[in-house]
Design a protein around this ligand. Structure first.
Ligand code: UD1
Ligand code: CA
Length: 454
């Protein structure tokens, strides 16, 4: 049997007060609907039908990497009407999983439980008990605890409103049943809408077996209607990430000040101080230590490397036992070999820094290759850009670049060469030579200090 998914995302999201369709608002820098699509993909579903109403162009652009069937619901006449827009893509033999687009934390495990609950039944509902169920559809059960119906809050009697078990909006049923039931929906209710939830009573009256499953964590089924709820789910998401990372062997100085916006993989005994942000794909080796207020984006950090406070590392690879920062910036294309040191106020772009080489203070190294154990003095600049083209700087193994030197690219400084401090180097320096390219010092003994004009 194949699994066809319908994601309901046509609601306007008025309370977001936004030009963006609600489901494109982000949790951990990723649109809510994309979280759901990724979860659905991990279930191994065969088709994803996305019912949309507003901002179709924005949605299609944001989700252009995904293979979804776009189902326009031009007018929002209710959740049942929304599912009707997808029926042309659904086969009678499919199992149909209906999801809501604005509950981004739903997990693969919970959806697997729901899909399994359908295996011994005709319809399975994901329900949850809430202390305050106001506004939600209530699950009505008979004396033997069988589900009889879902009653919307606005249509419920006072007695029914006391029920704490609510409909999350997520359910599974067979394609042929769904189509038959949808055909019988009416909008004769308090909201004049076609309620998807009315199919439950139809199923019960046909004597169909209805089962239910519950999420592992109640926040998985929480929807977002405004930005306060969005922030609250962002917090919940980050807290779950923090717990995962701690279970995998990292010590976090404070799990409440830790953000992952992508995937973070770690070795054992990683230490992460407060306010670290991890974006994209980040891999940290064993024993890596990250100081406070660092941002790591798409990078791989080798074992035993120490990153000090306020460093930013982006699209870079760092080998084992390096030290970086505080206040270092590794821009895209930086590659540090084992034991390299990059100190404070150093910017490195598209450069290889060799084994044990040091760039310790206030430097800009761009489009360069720095040999093993080379020492780049404070304030060294590779002048890699002439205003039109970028050029390369080669610095050999064991070279020593005196402080405040400008290396005008393209230029090569061969192995073991020394550059006198304050030099502006424009020509190749041969191996083991000393190059000095600065104004000669003159000491003037007859110098008279200026005096104040009267
Ligand atoms: C719905 C359920 C309710 C459940 C609650 C959980 C119905 C009738 N009620 O109520 O039992 O407790 O969700 O949050 O199903 N949507 C469309 N097109 C529409 C209407 C809605 O795509 O015409 C989408 C929305 O974008 C949203 C989802 O369906 O993603 C739920 O819609 P919403 O208006 O929030 O439903 P509720 O009335 O809250
Ligand atoms: Ca709702």
């Amino acid at each position: 049997m194949s699994l066809s998914v319908v994601i309901l995302a046509a609601g306007k999201g008025t309370r977001m007060k936004s030009n963006l369709p609600k489901v494109l608002h982000k949790i951990a820098h990723k649109p809510m609907v994309e979280h759901i699509i990724n979860t659905v993909e991990s279930l191994g579903s065969d088709a994803i039908n996305l019912v949309y109403g507003h901002g179709g162009d924005m949605l299609k652009q944001a989700l252009s990497n995904y293979n979804v069937n776009w189902c326009l619901q031009a007018e929002q006449l209710g959740t049942g009407h929304a599912v009707m827009q997808a029926v042309d893509n659904i086969k009678d033999t499919d199992d149909v999983l209906v999801l809501v687009g604005d509950a981004p934390l739903i997990s693969t495990e919970t959806l697997n439980k729901l899909v399994s609950a359908k295996q011994n039944a005709d319809l399975a509902l994901l329900t949850v008990d809430l202390d305050n169920p106001t506004g939600m559809g209530r699950i009505v059960r008979d004396d033997t605890n069988n589900i009889e119906a879902i009653v919307e809050h606005k249509d419920a009697t006072d007695e029914q409103r006391k029920i704490n078990e609510i409909n999350t909006g997520m359910m599974v049923m067979g394609g042929a049943d769904l189509k038959r039931w949808l055909g019988n929906l009416s909008s004769d209710n308090a909201q004049n809408e076609y309620y998807l939830t009315d199919v439950i009573e139809m199923a019960a009256s046909e004597g169909k077996k209805i089962s239910s499953a519950q999420p592992d964590w109640h926040r998985e089924v929480e929807g977002v209607n405004n930005r306060v709820q969005l922030a609250s789910l962002e917090c919940a998401y980050q807290h779950r990430m923090a717990e995962q990372i701690m279970m995998q062997g990292a010590t976090l100085a404070d799990p409440h000040r830790f953000d992952v916006r992508g995937n973070l993989e770690i070795g054992n005994d990683v230490y992460i101080d407060i306010n670290a942000v991890f974006e994209g794909e980040v891999e940290l080796g064993s024993n890596v230590s990250i100081g406070p207020n660092c941002i790591l984006r798409n990078c791989k950090i080798g074992d035993n490397t120490k990153i000090e406070a306020f460093s930013l590392i982006e699209d870079s690879t760092v080998a084992e036992a390096c030290t970086i920062g505080p206040y270092a910036r590794l821009r895209p294309g930086t590659d540090l070999a084992e034991g390299a040191k990059v100190g404070n106020f150093v910017e490195i772009k598209k450069s290889k820094i060799g084994k044990g080489a040091k760039v310790n203070h206030l430097s800009y190294i761009g489009d360069a290759e720095v040999g093993a154990t080379a020492n780049i003095g404070a304030g060294t600049i590779t002048c890699n850009y002439d205003g039109v083209n970028k050029s390369k700087t080669q610095i050999g193994e064991g070279a020593f670049i005196g402080s405040n030197s400008s290396l005008v690219a393209p230029v090569e400084i061969a192995d073991g060469a020394t550059i006198g401090a304050g030099s502006t180097i424009t020509k190749k320096v041969e191996a083991n030579h000393l190059a000095i390219a600065r104004g000669k010092q003159r000491n003037i003994s007859s110098w008279q200090k200026p005096t104040k004009n009267k």
